[in-house]
Design a protein. Structure first.
Length: 392
């Protein structure tokens, strides 16, 4: 029985329908972790840990290099909170266009006998604009960005999308009414609103900086509910101070953003809905189940996608360095052990490779010896032997 460690009640709920197959939180030497926001960087990963599923799209809280060296596959659950983030981004655009936060603050701090007369006189200072007819630039049109783009288009906005890594699946999700820009500068040039929906990495950190803000209209509103750091806060504050931007709405607080009327910060609540947390937990639980039972990989951070139908009695999986002759060494060892390979698949992701080998016949005494010998090959992080439960 596999052991799974979870870090919150929502994650446990995601595993509830697998309790006959998995023991939950019964040991620290778990086979799998199902997590959300817990920071694992300062925690040692047990040698038994084969998989971490992070309920959500980000993985900044997971030490990827440490996990790889430990032979631990890391997964995310992209799309599980996409609708939650989409709704919040649309809400922020509505709030920005109608000055809702300032208007609510005014109403909360004004009372008395003449409140009706005063509000009729003063309310014009909160006059806003309608979103219909305005231009929205969506930077990144993956799971969240495509939903935001489509929703904004349905509200009557002119939507311009930019994503140099647009996949065919994402392209199918985008309405044909949405324009596609060839560059970031082209996308933001005439936008009334700019929203970013890209993963955070070396390429996207500071994606919206001084140069990009200079390309925008002076009354632009910038929205960042993707990741902190994608918008350069220093550049954003400078643009606001010099009236080269109207407002900044973000889910990621920082000292330089405090106490400003032109900045609204929410406490990282983009994916914090009951529905999104349940979706992430269930998707993460399914990911763990598939990886532990079949070895198949989809949406991994440190392994390539590799999905092979499990139709033999046994399956060997190896997580190893992406260097020459690894597959040759593995195949040679199996041949020396008298094992006939029914099927072999291999793929790589940067410095890490993953190999699936299907076999139909193993002698009982070969099980542990085989895994030990495969794991002892230099540059192999982890070797596993799986049994096809459907053929037993």
């Amino acid at each position: 029985m596999y052991q799974i460690k979870t870090y919150n009640a929502i994650a446990q709920a995601g595993l509830r329908h697998f309790t006959d197959q998995y023991a939950i939180n019964e040991t620290d030497d778990a086979d799998a972790y199902l997590i959300r926001s817990v920071d694992l960087h300062d925690q040692p990963l047990p040698p038994t840990l084969k998989v971490i599923a992070r309920a959500g799209a980000g993985f900044n809280n997971v030490p990827i290099e440490q996990a790889t060296q430990n032979g631990t596959a890391v997964f995310t659950t992209p799309g599980s909170n996409a609708n939650a983030v989409k709704e919040l981004v649309i809400a922020m655009m509505v709030a920005a266009s109608r000055n809702l936060f300032a208007a609510a603050d005014y109403a909360a701090n004004n009372s008395g006998a003449d409140i009706s007369k005063r509000t009729e006189r003063d309310k014009t200072q909160f006059n806003g604009d309608e979103l219909a007819g305005k231009t929205l630039a969506v930077i990144g049109v993956g799971h969240v960005g495509s939903l935001v783009a489509n929703a904004a288009s349905e509200l009557g906005m002119k939507v311009v999308a930019y994503d140099p890594y647009l996949t065919s699946d994402a392209a199918w999700r985008i309405s044909t009414d949405i324009l596609r820009a060839n560059s970031l500068a082209q996308a933001v040039k005439n936008a009334d609103y700019v929203t970013v929906h890209v993963p955070k990495n070396a390429e996207t950190t500071g994606l919206i900086g001084t140069a990009e803000l200079a390309e925008m209209k002076p009354d632009v509103t910038v929205i960042n509910f993707a990741r902190g750091g994608i918008v350069d806060n220093t550049a954003m504050v400078a643009a606001l101070d010099h009236q080269r931007a109207k407002g900044y709405y973000t889910d990621f607080g920082a000292d330089e953003l405090l106490h400003r009327d032109d900045v609204i910060v929410t406490p990282h609540i983009g994916g914090s809905t009951n529905e999104a947390e349940r979706n992430g937990a269930v998707q993460g639980a399914n990911t763990i189940m598939q990886f532990l039972e079949t070895g198949n990989v989809l949406n991994s951070v440190n392994l390539p996608n590799l999905q092979v139908p499990f139709q033999t009695h046994y399956r060997l999986t190896l997580m190893h360095q992406n260097i020459p002759n690894m597959v040759g060494q593995i195949a040679t060892l199996l041949a020396q052990a008298g094992i006939n390979i029914e099927g072999m698949s291999n793929a790589a992701k940067e410095k890490v490779a993953y190999t699936i080998i299907d076999v139909d016949h193993l002698q009982a005494e070969q099980d542990t010896q085989l895994v030990t010998r495969l794991g002892a090959i230099d540059a192999v992080y982890r070797a596993r032997l799986l049994t096809n439960q459907n053929l037993q």
